[in-house]
Write a protein that binds this ligand. Sequence first.
Ligand SMILES: [Zn+2]
Length: 182
Amino acid sequence: MNNTIKIPGLEDVIITKVEEFEDRIAIFVEMEVQTHICPKCGKKTRKIHDYRVQKIKHLKWFERLSYIFYRKRRYRCDTCGKRFYEKNSIVDRYQRFSKEWNRAVNIRSVRAKTFKEISQQFGASPSTIIRRFDELAEKELKDVKELPRVISIDEYKGDTKEGKYQVIIANGETKEPIDILP
Ligand SMILES: [Zn+2]
């Protein structure tokens, strides 16, 4: 695997190894060593403290689920002794799914027919997908000032806290969601 290849969500990382299995792909990555600013005292440091490997669920590759094994680096500040994790572009703190995975799920969850369909596609439980969908809905569905020319109404089947079925109202031309109702 050549790391000049652009892989969604992994543009900024060094891919050290890719292992293929029958049903999944493991991608081993790390970030480049960079000068970091100590979050405690503000001094610069490049001193590496240690590494920890974090397993992250990523997008499907060629119909196989992929996992990122991210060798996460910790730096140490020489001035105050603070240890901290490096900045990275692949995963947010305390997340088991990559940022790219989240983006893709967000897009698909608005367009796919059922949460079950997306959950199979992305290798996650329907409840995880529904939670993402709820978060997205809260963030994206701001007050609508003007209604679009075409409105499309569709139903969703998913056991959210609002009930078994939801109604999605979207702009029929751009497919952007306007509202989701119980
Ligand atoms: Zn410091």
